[in-house]
Design a binder for this molecule. Structure first.
Ligand code: SAH
Length: 457
């Protein structure tokens, strides 16, 4: 804010408090609304201008001008009533009372409060660096009414329509990670099958590939496990390439039939009870929260009894990150879990993708079921001698032959090194890395190009 603007905020020389009796509304505004205000970017605070003495305005008021997106017409607007156009607060009127209640002071307080509150999990960013205090604020600004929602979806599809219809294109130039992605997906799917559909190999299963792009997931993963796959994709040229890619005689695969649906996920209604697995990868970020939850509800109906959903997505460290270019939102793990709950889905299994380049978001895989399923605990069967691992058996035999080993050598070569190794691996696993092998250090997933909004791993 310029010094001139600050001067305008100061009380007039002849100001007498008693006479005006104006209440200080600035700093208390946040309290009144329980801290739920639209965010104020630094740029706004620096650029805000104020003007007083406009004809027709009371002498103790000044007019202020700014360009600031707000969730207006509601209690989330931090500036009270004012002129709002297209979700942007342009002009307001404020008391010109000095001291702690002057406008500049109110802004400083608000800035401080925003900084203090910036660690809240709910807060998010957009690709321009604007912050949003809650996801509701973000959705209201970016989608708002029905027209805004349509524009949001059109933007997303237009973005992808301009992208090359290839694996490299759908992976944003990271075609090289497709192999690694499929490897971990395959392992995850097999793990899910093991307990949820144990006889999957002998069954003729059906899958749905959501936001299928050029059919990469179907071609490299689903063909090996499913008898029939349906692909749903809103971009026509992607679907055309998928048709070509999947038009082969399926030799060496399980796949016998593929169907293509030119549709968006927010409109697609899965046929009732058709699918054993619904695979959703790298496309749910295009859907608004409300549409995600509605799709989950429809997807549940589309599942066969015992079927499940796999969601594989980029994950923000906290809150969310909105990409204005392709109209998508990267959500945090916490955010997703909230949406699963709203959609009546339970997280049966959860894994992190390994060995992706450091600069990418963490990628998580969720296996979602319609019913809460208790995981079977691995129990040791007492008294079953034949089950003891060989390495322990050998060690026991040596102890019998040589007597107890030297305690020092035991701590070094027995559990000592083992503990150090497993501790490192435990940390690595917690951080979403691969366990460390003796000779090779794995590529980590833990860093992201943005400092605050990156990987969850
Ligand atoms: N799942 C594929 C493609 C990922 S790229 C893979 O992993 O290879 C993201 C895909 O989401 C694009 O094909 C894009 O067209 C699709 N998409 C964009 N908006 C969508 C929407 N509203 N519903 C369904 N898919 C959408």
């Amino acid at each position: 804010m310029s010094s001139q603007a600050l001067m305008w905020c100061m009380p007039p020389a002849n100001y007498r408090k008693k006479r005006y009796k104006v209440r200080d509304k600035g700093p208390s505004h946040l309290q009144r609304y329980g801290g739920r205000t639209a965010p104020i970017p630094d740029s706004f605070i620096q650029n805000a201008t104020c003007r007083s003495g406009r004809p027709g305005y009371p002498a103790h008021m000044f007019e202020f001008f700014l360009q600031f997106p707000v969730f207006c017409g509601t209690d989330l607007c931090p500036f009270g009533k004012g002129l709002v156009q297209n979700g942007v607060f342009l002009r307001g009127l404020r008391n010109r009372v000095g001291g702690p209640s002057c406008f500049a002071q109110a802004l400083c307080d608000k800035k401080k409060q925003l900084c203090e509150g910036s660690t809240r999990m709910e807060e998010g960013l957009d690709s321009d660096g604007n912050t949003f205090s809650t996801r509701e604020v973000m959705w209201e600004i970016y989608t708002g009414d029905e027209k805004g929602r349509d524009e949001w979806y059109t933007k997303g599809v237009n973005y992808w329509s301009a992208v090359e219809a290839s694996v490299d294109g759908v992976l944003g130039g990271y075609g090289k990670i497709s192999g690694r992605d499929v490897l971990d997906s395959n392992k995850f799917l097999m793990d899910c099958f093991k307990t949820l559909i144990p006889d999957a190999r002998d069954q003729q299963l059906t899958a749905l590939d959501c936001g299928a792009g050029v059919g990469r997931v179907t071609k490299n993963l689903l063909v090996h496990h499913f008898y029939e796959v349906d692909l749903v994709e809103p971009v026509q040229q992607f679907l055309d390439v998928a048709r070509q890619e999947l038009h082969f005689d399926f030799v060496g695969t399980k796949l016998k039939n593929v169907n293509f649906y030119h549709n968006s996920l927010q409109d697609f209604v899965p046929p009732e009870g058709r699918y054993d697995v619904i695979w959703i990868q790298w496309c749910i970020g295009h859907l608004t929260d409300a549409d995600v939850v509605e799709f989950f509800c429809r997807a549940k109906l589309g599942l066969k009894p015992g079927g499940f959903i796999v969601l594989k997505e980029n994950i923000a460290k906290s809150g969310f990150v909105l990409d204005k270019e392709d109209a998508s939102v990267t959500r945090s793990d916490e955010y997703f879990r909230d949406l699963f709950q709203q959609g009546g889905l339970h997280v049966y299994k959860h894994r992190t993708q390994t060995a992706f380049p450091r600069e990418l978001f963490a990628v998580h895989m969720y296996c979602l079921t319609t019913e809460f399923k208790k995981k079977k605990k691995k129990t040791k069967k007492a008294g079953k001698k034949g089950n003891t691992p060989g390495v322990i058996k050998r060690k026991k035999r040596r102890e019998e032959q040589q007597g107890p080993p030297d305690p020092l050598s035991r701590s070094l070569w027995g559990w000592g090194w083992g503990a150090a190794f497993s501790k490192e691996n435990e940390g690595a696993l917690r951080n979403g890395r691969q366990p460390v092998q003796a000779t090779e250090r794995p590529v980590t997933l833990s860093a992201c190009s943005e400092s605050a909004w990156g990987t969850g791993g």
